[in-house]
Ligand binder design. Sequence first.
Ligand SMILES: Cc1cc2nc3c(=O)[nH]c(=O)nc-3n(C[C@H](O)[C@H](O)[C@H](O)COP(=O)(O)OP(=O)(O)OC[C@H]3O[C@@H](n4cnc5c(N)ncnc54)[C@H](O)[C@@H]3O)c2cc1C
Length: 411
Amino acid sequence: MITPGRAVVVGGSLGGLIAANLLLRAGWDVEIHERAADPLAGRGAGIVTHPELLEVLACAGVDVSAGLGVHVPARLALGLDGAVIGEIPLPQLLTSWSSVFAKLRAAFPNDRYHAGSIVREYENRPDGVRVSFTDGTTQIADLLVGADGIRSTIRRSIRPDVEPQYAGYIAWRGTADEAELSARTRDTLFDRFAFCLPPSEQMLGYPIAGDGDLVEAGRRRFNFVWYRPVDDAALRAMMTARDGRHYPDGIPPHLVEPQWPGQAREDALRLLAPQFVEVVQCAKHLFFQPIYDLASPTLVDGRVVLLGDAAFVARPHCGMGVTKAGGDAAALVRVLAEESTLPRALAVYEVERLAFGTLVLEHARHLGAYMQAQVRTDEERAMAERYRDVDRILRETAVASDVLVAAIQNP
Ligand SMILES: Cc1cc2nc3c(=O)[nH]c(=O)nc-3n(C[C@H](O)[C@H](O)[C@H](O)COP(=O)(O)OP(=O)(O)OC[C@H]3O[C@@H](n4cnc5c(N)ncnc54)[C@H](O)[C@@H]3O)c2cc1C
């Protein structure tokens, strides 16, 4: 076992909070530095959970028995006319980004969470890792955890050659209040994880808790994610604000030209089952996220380690982002307890998490191939064909990692 020392976690979102909570409970003197000065909120809307995420959250200090979201017993797919064209039993717990964030944040001491604190760079030294901040201050730590997301500063130091690759499609996301939906839509969509599959596109959605984490019928929300192919030129236009400024790393939602969500709402009328048309029309905020693949072949540099989206970003079809970040954090804390030296512990971590990250990334690429604006390789073409099948989509999208591994091993 490595004697717990001082750990600095860069990034105070879900990955950073899980890691910091676990390290704290393992005896580490840990502090989080989060770039955003204002409280993080509402990002990402719905989150699919898996049993392994609930286990990690419990270890991180979250009372999962107090209820984390909405349980559904089954999945269904709707045809364009709104009729059910496929259904399978698949119990799942659906939660929201804000609900998980609030619980993890409450489990972590306020005086150790530094909002508005931006890490600029690090340097491995004989006495520890020296962390430099944009305000000119520095700190020495025994361990630096890069949980700073897809555009990670820490990863860019370790692997400047690794950048997110745009997958050729975007996700429109939003939520609609249950109380505003018609009886038909509520009856079909609530209590289910639902899909609709227009050509080369995919709409999915599920109920999540409403305001105040309320899960009673009538108080919930329906969260949806609508994947649509968008080529590079069109994406550039969508990520350019009215004043002509282009935001390649993500355009703030309030700067998106209204024509883009307007167009999506109009297209919904033509392409989606009536129940999904209604949730899109009722959503107060419709925002989009480009879908990326990212895999860092290196996760460790001296006393520095990457986890969560900083290390790997799989397309969201596995619904695994937070679960993988939690699995990374749990693996890190486990190897620190099991191994006798830090280099050995981080080497074991790297091998294990590279293998898992690669598995999720590849499977998510396969699940998403049929939505790409351009299918580039024979493998992508084969996968695009394979995942046009309604039953496969219902069985393999956003499932627990043991089901995912079985699907990959027995195609
Ligand atoms: C359409 C879509 C649907 C999804 N659905 C699901 C789902 O159903 N289930 C699921 O598990 N996952 C889902 N995900 C993925 C999930 O949202 C992410 O995998 C997860 O939030 C990653 O968390 P993270 O903490 O690693 O990174 P992030 O949430 O990106 O956090 C990184 C943090 O680091 C901070 N930061 C960055 N640089 C610095 C710096 N230099 N100094 C200090 N702080 C810094 C940032 O401000 C940020 O708060 C989905 C993603 C998308 C796009």
